[in-house]
Design a protein around this ligand. Structure first.
Ligand code: ZN
Length: 308
């Protein structure tokens, strides 16, 4: 073969395109928030896929056969942990036949390691308490400081899996940290006048968010975590909201609006369908735009209802 080199034959056959010289790490995450953070740090050295969508309830994700295939070929699985995915992830990981991504494996990362966890229960847990998470509240990614902690954890993990790219990951993490720090100043300014404002939320998804921005949750539409609204609890909540002049009900996009709307009619409160995750709305494409969306929505409603 004089004219055609092996390279050009391979190119013509499309073989080289399928086999890049530097293979990317195949990262699977349980949620779109973790996927967004993995993309921030991993850049073009990773291929990231989330199993759940941001508009789904992360406690109850319908397991699909394709999830097992994704997990089988994953180099790294990043999970929220704190039992958020306990109802759907463990059987998938078992069926994936990939030792790397089993808990404790080199390709498994529990993103809750090293973040600030709220609502860690003390004392005996009973069934009457509802679906309480014994390891604390798993919705911790809704505090941007925790987002940064997760990103740093991912950076460490990716660097361990691909040491040659450690400097690249460090640079990406630093750029994300800078962008997030600047965004936090903007969010703080938007919500500064509303510190201490009392609100109600549907599920306990927002303790880290309200803690970060200085709001006060006085009650929940759910009588207990994971338990649907009941007439007696709803009536108590309405009375409490009237007594405390509560005008905001934050609802996750996957809950029925019937009870929140009826509470709103009785109390004059506003129902806000907030985004708990990246991907909950089309425009929320990354971790910073998640807070941009929620802070804007909340600040507008607080301005209207408080007159401040
Ligand atoms: Zn929850």
């Amino acid at each position: 073969m004089k004219t055609a080199s092996l390279t050009s034959i391979a190119l013509a056959a499309g073989l080289l395109a399928a086999a890049p010289a530097h293979a990317e790490l195949n990262v699977v995450t349980t949620t779109e928030d973790l996927a967004a953070l993995a993309r921030e740090v991993g850049g073009d050295k990773v291929k990231v896929e989330s199993l759940s969508r941001g508009y789904q309830d992360p406690h109850f994700v319908e397991a699909k056969p394709s999830f097992v295939i994704k997990l089988h070929s994953a180099d790294l699985l990043i999970a929220v942990g704190r039992e958020l995915e306990i109802g759907w992830l463990p059987p998938l990981v078992n069926q994936a036949r990939n030792a790397k991504v089993q808990p404790g494996g080199e390709g498994y990362f529990d993103a809750s390691q090293g973040v600030k966890i709220l609502e860690i229960p003390t004392g005996q847990l009973t069934r009457a308490m509802g679906d309480v998470h014994p390891q604390g509240n798993p919705h911790y990614w809704l505090d941007p400081d925790n987002g940064l902690r997760i990103a740093k954890g991912i950076q460490k993990k990716l660097s361990a899996l691909s040491p040659g790219d450690a400097a690249y990951f460090a640079g990406r993490e630093a750029a994300f940290e800078k962008r997030l720090t600047e965004a936090q100043k903007r969010w703080d300014a938007q919500l500064a006048s509303y510190k201490g404002t009392k609100i109600v939320t549907y599920h306990r998804s927002w303790p880290n968010f309200v803690d970060r921005f200085g709001l006060d949750v006085i009650g929940y539409v759910e009588p207990r975590p994971g338990i649907p609204p009941s007439p007696s609890h709803t009536l108590d909540l309405i009375n409490d909201m009237k007594a405390k002049n509560v005008k905001i009900i934050m609802v996750e996009p996957y809950f029925d609006l019937k009870t929140p709307n009826s509470i709103a009619r009785e109390t004059g409160a506003r129902v806000l369908v907030m985004a708990p995750s990246v991907g909950a709305e089309k425009e929320i494409t990354d971790y910073v735009s998640l807070f941009d969306y929620d802070v804007k929505l909340l600040a507008a409603a607080l301005k209207e209802t408080t007159g401040r």
